[in-house]
Design a protein around this ligand. Structure first.
Ligand code: FAD
Length: 329
């Protein structure tokens, strides 16, 4: 069976989020060779994202004329456009990023459609007509493979697990394409919640959940000043800084940096854990990283069991040395 898959894209500060391009790649896997992928994009900047979305694998674009393209915190408002797109396009599957907004919107959309939902999918396999979805369970201790018994499907995908066909750094690099653009007009029903202001804490810094490199600090940093060498290393590598709950609970950093079972889930190319013991709840948020480097002065620390490279030593000696070396490159 060939699927018609709708991708609900997200933007931040006018730019298309990387996870939305990955969602298009995931949608392509569901759709199969003869299937169709439609990307829903909102806002006045939408036209500039068309080339990126088609380069990543979208066959058609659905444009929602909403003056507020940022999904974040505007779930109810975007749900109207998404639900209308579903009514118009009649997809067999809907794909969203497993982001704060995607997690908020997917169950609401699934409930409206009477659809089944699978969250936090990390792998999609297609064999003939059957499509199966793999997702972590029990805080990443095990994986389950599932498939749907009836249409339509609603799926959220974990960031950094699906590779877009042609990832471009920015819209200007993507070649222009001739693609069908259809308009979606959301019904003007009153909203029950209105977002008046979004206060951003980390503007200008790399988004932790989409960062390709994460340098993370634990209780071993011993204070908020202890994060400074980690920030320098992250800057030298073009990455983001994360933390264990131990560091957050101790007041060394903000909870928005927490990685783990009750924090953010990250799957970067490189994760550098500094002064983090490696509790199972922390591993739940980072064990999917491609390469894990652990720096810890205790050679028995459990983090070394999941690390690809381990450095036994004092982070305050090692991290500045690494930052110096990477700055030189
Ligand atoms: P510690 O376990 O205290 O480890 C500090 C490490 O630093 C030690 O291994 C030590 O050897 C090393 N160290 C100290 N000084 C240095 C130095 N100078 N150089 C190098 N190494 C040094 N935790 C999370 O991280 N994320 C979560 O989402 C999360 N959710 C939780 C949910 C629940 C329900 C519960 C019960 C717990 C949760 N936790 C979570 C907490 C988790 O169990 C651990 O307590 C926490 O991860 C420990 O943080 P840590 O590794 O920074 O601290």
């Amino acid at each position: 069976m060939n699927h018609l898959v709708l991708v609900i894209t997200e933007q931040r500060d006018g730019a298309l989020r990387q996870v939305s391009l990955e969602a298009v790649a995931a949608a392509r896997l569901i759709a199969g060779d003869g299937g169709t992928v439609v990307a829903l994009v909102a806002g006045s900047e939408a036209a500039s994202h068309i080339a990126m979305l088609t380069a990543a694998g979208a066959d058609r674009i659905a444009f929602a004329a909403d003056p507020v393209p940022e999904l974040s915190a505007h779930t109810e408002r975007h749900l109207r456009a998404a639900a209308e797109a579903v009514r118009q396009i009649r997809p067999t599957a809907v794909v969203l990023g497993h982001t704060a907004s995607g997690k908020d919107m997917a169950p609401r959309l699934a409930a409206q459609l009477g659809a089944g939902q699978l969250s936090d999918v990390i792998q999609i396999e297609r064999s003939g007509d059957s499509v199966s979805f793999t997702r972590p369970i029990y805080a990443g201790k095990a994986f389950e493979k599932r498939s749907f018994s009836k249409l339509p499907w609603v799926v959220t995908i974990r960031p950094n697990n699906f590779k877009p066909a042609a990832p471009y750094e920015n819209a200007a690099d993507a070649p222009a394409t001739d693609v069908t653009v259809e308009t979606v007009t959301a019904p003007d029903v009153p909203l029950r919640t209105i977002v008046k202001q979004i206060a951003k804490r980390t503007s200008g810094k790399t988004d932790l959940s989409e960062a390709k490199i994460v340098v993370s600090g634990g209780r071993g940093v011993a204070g908020s000043d202890g994060f400074k060498p980690l920030e320098q290393l992250a800057e030298a590598l073009g990455g983001a800084v994360g933390a264990s709950r131990g560091a957050c609970d101790a007041g060394y950093c903000d909870y928005s940096m927490q990685i783990g079972q009750t924090g953010k889930v990250v799957t970067p190319e490189l994760y550098i854990a500094c002064g983090i013991s490696g509790a199972i709840q922390h591993l739940a948020g980072m064990s999917g990283s491609r390469i894990i480097v652990a720096i810890n002065k205790d050679p028995e620390a459990p983090i070394f069991k999941v690390a690809d490279y381990g450095i036994v030593g004092d982070l305050f000696e090692i991290v500045p040395l690494l930052a110096e070396e990477f700055k030189r490159l």
